[in-house]
Design a protein. Structure first.
Length: 158
């Protein structure tokens, strides 16, 4: 709700965690010439009966994602954050679960699948220490390379 109210994506503790995983400052993260943040639903879908976010509204993705990515430059790096992003960006290559998809991160080239950085995934992170010891350093190297001077202006993390 904080993000919805502020209108700033990842303007909450999950954003702090995502920026730490990426190894970037808030200024870099919100620099639109360096990072494109593309939400799966383009709007806050509200809460479900258990207090979690509802899934992204499918008509939003159908209406906007393909158009947006057709008009956008080619991105050096795509961070697919959460199950809905995995399914969209990996186009049939996502595994059965978020954990299985993230565990197969080496199989996806310039697309790096991540769990959502929400506190709701603290348990998953504790059960999967390889994420922070193996994937996060690789992610930071990829982000650094994508943001380094001399790269094309078509850089992004989403």
């Amino acid at each position: 709700m904080r993000v919805h109210t502020s209108g700033v994506p990842y303007n909450d503790p999950s954003g702090e965690r995502l920026r730490a995983w990426m190894g970037v400052s808030r200024d870099i993260f919100y620099d639109e010439s360096l990072v494109a943040i593309v939400p799966m639903g383009f709007c806050f879908p509200g809460y479900d009966e258990l207090g979690g976010d509802r899934p992204p509204r499918p008509e939003c993705a159908r209406t906007w994602h393909d158009r947006l990515f057709a008009a956008a430059p080619s991105f050096d790096l795509v961070l697919a954050v959460g199950a809905y992003a995995h399914r969209y960006h990996l186009q049939g290559r996502a595994k059965k679960t978020v954990g299985e998809t993230v565990r197969a991160w080496r199989d996806y080239g310039r697309i790096i699948p991540l769990p959502h950085p929400s506190w709701r995934n603290n348990s998953w992170l504790r059960k999967n220490p390889w994420f922070e010891s193996e994937l996060v350093p690789y992610l930071q190297q990829c982000v650094t390379a994508a943001l380094s001077p001399g790269r094309s202006s078509s850089r992004s993390s989403r």
